[in-house]
Design a protein around this ligand. Structure first.
Ligand code: MG
Length: 338
């Protein structure tokens, strides 16, 4: 197979702010894998500085993978992804891009959509939340007003006045709130805020504390009722057992774990530990968002709105109607150029 890649600069509809960062553009990389018959699989890397990646590190890992993939059999995903994991342990998004492109090419060779290859029921896709980034109260209200059709909102918090913001947003929408603190709270703050949030219809809280605060997570669970999900704390299946009595669920992202293969392993591991599962995303185009959407029949919650937060997604794949994700019957990922 011939591996090639190109930059994809996604423009954000609104300046995106979470507890630790703010930006207007997301710089991704699209990967194309072409076999000897001209069948092409697409993948995407959406690197984030939080996990130490950027477009340069992604391009470096991909350039070094060209030779390896030249004579590789795409059906041997297990061998290829294990090899890449050993060679590029820190380049999860580069590995995810190749992994996604491999699954796309397999689906196209077999002439079936990815969800069928995985033995899943397309009618079981989950509704996605829509993310409201941190902003002034006025702008957050405006953003909520813009997405009236979405039954579930993920509100980014982790700032001083987050409770006041949630109270104001509650006045203008009946949507379910999921709240993401992105490591922004202390223990006392979390207990106080989460107890108030119970009355505000908050379904779950993501990553209240900095990575590695397992004792703090165990502690607050004695004082709060809202389920807690680990996100930044859980990158791959190996991170799950240690968190299993500290959280209620985990947020899996293809870009954190290195692709579909590892995501499936994480789903099995999380279930074995009695954990709930959300599948989430970075700011991504329809290529990798659609790849993740194919896995939603296996999870409890979807947060796959990365492609809806940008104005220049060059691809069409999974469609979203009032939060409902619909997979269409194309082979592989079922993604086309717009
Ligand atoms: Mg999160």
């Amino acid at each position: 197979m011939n591996l090639s890649f190109q930059p994809l600069d996604l423009k954000l509809r609104h300046t995106f702010q979470i507890a630790r960062e703010i930006r207007d553009v997301q710089n991704n990389i699209i990967v194309l894998l072409k076999d000897e018959n001209g069948i092409t699989g697409s993948g995407e890397a959406a690197p984030t500085s939080f996990f130490g990646e950027d477009v340069r590190s992604v391009a470096h890992a991909l350039a070094q993978s060209v030779e390896l993939l030249k004579n590789a059999d795409p059906f041997q995903i297990e061998d290829i992804t294990n090899y890449l994991k050993n060679k590029f342990p820190k380049d999860a998004t580069a590995r995810a891009a190749i992994d996604i492109a491999l699954y796309d090419i397999i689906g196209k060779k077999l002439k079936i959509p990815l969800y069928k290859y995985l033995g899943l029921n397309r009618d079981e896709t989950k509704a996605t939340s829509f993310t409201i980034g941190i902003d002034t109260l006025e702008k957050m209200c405006k953003k909520v007003d813009e997405v009236k059709d979405f039954p579930i909102l993920k509100i980014k918090v982790g700032i001083k006045n987050d409770i006041e913001i949630l109270k104001e947003l509650r006045k203008i929408t009946k949507a379910v709130f999921r709240v993401d603190a992105n490591t922004g709270w202390t223990v006392d703050e979390a207990i106080k805020k989460m107890n108030t949030m119970e009355e505000l219809g908050v379904e779950l809280v993501e990553q209240p504390f900095p990575v590695g605060s397992i004792e703090a997570l165990r502690k607050i669970r004695r004082y709060v009722k809202i389920p807690i999900f680990a996100d930044e704390d859980v990158k791959s299946s190996g991170d799950i057992p240690a968190l299993s009595d500290a959280v209620d669920g985990i947020n899996i992202k293809l870009m954190k774990c290195g692709g579909i293969r590892e995501a499936l392993r994480m789903i099995s591991t999380a279930r074995a530990h009695g954990l709930k599962i959300m599948i989430g995303c970075n700011i991504e185009s329809s290529v990798s968002i659609t790849a993740a959407a194919h896995l939603t029949p296996l999870v409890d919650y979807a947060d796959l709105d990365g492609h809806l937060l940008v104005t220049n997604d060059p691809y069409i794949g999974v469609t979203v109607d009032r939060g409902r994700l619909t997979l269409h019957d194309g082979d592989g990922l079922g993604v086309k150029t717009r």
